[in-house]
Design a protein around this ligand. Structure first.
Ligand code: HEM
Length: 463
């Protein structure tokens, strides 16, 4: 006789639980907020903080008929990114046919899901192995020095534009061996359109009404197509392995049927890496320089380290380890201003989260900005204190610090980005200090990334 042992259920069935608490929803007020742009303005971050304080770690909201749950506790973040990841897929931000990232980026790593995502991730991953990205260090320093070659003592620069151009050139050159100096403005404009898309007031209009943002999206998509299909055509002229990611994508074959990747899929991966790989790092540097300009005592410590480790010579891979405080400054800037300030999933079946029910088809948003400013894990959370990252991490829960997300969908470029930010910061700090212009207003704006709403103007001072 065979005994069948019923599977052990440690999990309470979600259907016996109630929905999380949250604000009352008023559809007309929400439409008004979207139409006037208030729903996605700079007050959104403050609103999330207020809701968590009022309703607890799991908050429910019905937003224009879409059910949403917001989380900020490391335990529930662990559930979303790892433990219950099988019950979730990428959310509306990624998948909405008109406003989602996929409508622009296509089916690249960021937006793909399920088995196709697994296959592509396996394929792209080797380009980001530590031994591979170590080879990009010189490129990162080279482009930073080239940028500094255009700066002069006393000059006022538009920091956000400088950082965006720098990080874009680094990604294009490292991963695709392409010099895109002359395309920086075009790609920058495409990124702006993408940032506007997800927070567009026209979201409340029926899909058959043509809107300016949809037209701009088509224009930007065509721009990116032109650029990337040119990369592909250039590569085909030689048709040989250049040892870069583009070659890996072009030469990859399916293990089962031996076919190569379609040009469309290559385009989607390249556009995704180009956009996801520059805007986030640019904003990391923007916020880092902003915070340093407001904290001269921390800037002085950074300069002491950079002078001691590098002197006047160019930074190299070997300097990453001794530039420990430089790294801590970046980590702390990403805590206060996480470039990916939140990210979302959608439940494919009901799940329990923090003792509440989350129904199927519900958006679950991890609010990174809120967990990074929670005083249970970060004493004196509003203060800029890089020293927090100079000690052992074990004191705080693993998912209390998640600038790169977590679980299987963790950012593929996290080590690349950290290395880039560390080398770029050290190289700038060797020669210059950046000063905010008097009266300059700097406001954090939560779009796809957390960006300075009016940009940041800085005065360059030679050290
Ligand atoms: C400081 C810089 C960066 C930050 C803060 C950042 C943040 C993130 C986060 C939070 C995710 C997870 C999103 C989710 O779970 O829904 C992610 C995914 C991703 N990031 Fe980054 N990122 C950075 C730099 C980069 C760089 C340099 C690259 C490539 C060159 C890159 C490429 C990607 C890709 C392709 C994904 C999707 C991975 C997947 O789902 O398999 N990122 N990033």
């Amino acid at each position: 006789m065979t005994l069948t042992i019923p599977p052990q259920r440690t999990e309470i069935s979600p259907s016996t639980l109630s929905l999380p608490p949250g604000p009352e929803s008023n559809k007309w007020r929400q439409i008004w907020h979207v139409a006037t742009g208030q729903a996605f303005g700079e007050t959104l971050l403050e609103q999330f903080m207020l809701w968590f304080n009022e309703y607890g770690d799991v908050v429910y909201n019905n937003f224009l008929g879409r059910r949403m749950v917001y989380v900020r506790h490391p335990e529930q973040i662990h559930d979303v990114v790892l433990r219950k990841a099988g019950s979730l897929r990428k959310g509306f931000d990624y998948t909405d046919p008109r406003f989602g990232l996929a409508s622009f980026l296509g089916n690249g790593l960021l937006t793909n899901d399920g088995e196709p995502w697994k296959r592509q991730r396996k394929l792209v991953q080797p380009a980001f192995h530590m031994r591979r990205i170590a080879g990009y260090a010189d490129t990162m320093v080279h482009f930073t020095q080239r940028m500094l070659g255009h700066w002069q003592d006393g000059q006022v620069i538009q920091l956000d534009e400088e950082m965006s151009a720098l990080t874009m050139q680094i990604v294009a050159s490292s991963l695709f061996s392409e010099d895109i100096s002359s395309d920086v403005d075009r790609v920058g404009w495409c990124m702006k359109v993408l940032q506007e898309l997800l927070t567009s007031p026209s979201m409340v209009l029926p899909s058959w009404i043509p809107t300016p943002i949809q037209r701009k999206k088509e224009e930007a998509t065509a721009e990116l197509d032109r650029l990337v299909y040119d990369f592909i055509a250039d590569w085909r002229k030689q048709g040989e392995d250049r040892g870069d990611l583009l070659s890996m994508l072009m030469l990859a074959t399916d293990e089962e049927n031996g076919t190569g990747m379609s040009d469309r899929q290559v385009r989607d991966e390249v556009v995704t890496l180009l956009l996801a790989g520059h805007e986030t790092t640019a904003n990391t540097l923007n916020w880092t320089f902003y915070l340093l300009s407001r904290h001269p005592e921390i800037e002085a410590k950074l300069h002491e380290e950079v002078d001691r480790v590098l002197g006047r010579r160019a930074a190299t891979l070997a300097d990453l380890e001794p530039l420990r405080y430089t790294k801590a400054v970046i980590e702390e800037a990403m805590r206060l201003y996480p470039p990916a300030w939140s990210f979302a999933r959608e439940t494919v079946e009901p799940i329990a989260l923090g003792g509440y029910q989350v129904p199927a088809g519900c958006e679950v948003r991890v609010v990174t900005y809120a967990v990074h400013r929670d005083e249970r894990w970060w004493p004196n959370p509003e203060a800029f204190q890089p020293e927090r990252f100079m000690t052992e991490e074990s004191a705080r829960p693993k998912y209390a610090y998640i600038p790169f997300g977590g679980g299987p969908r963790i950012c593929i470029g996290n080590q690349f980005a950290m290395m880039e930010a560390q080398l770029a910061l050290a190289t700038v700090a060797q020669r210059y200090r950046l000063r905010l212009q008097p009266g300059e207003q700097v406001v954090a704006m939560p779009k796809i990334t957390l960006l300075p709403k009016y940009g940041i103007k800085m005065k360059v001072e030679a050290r």
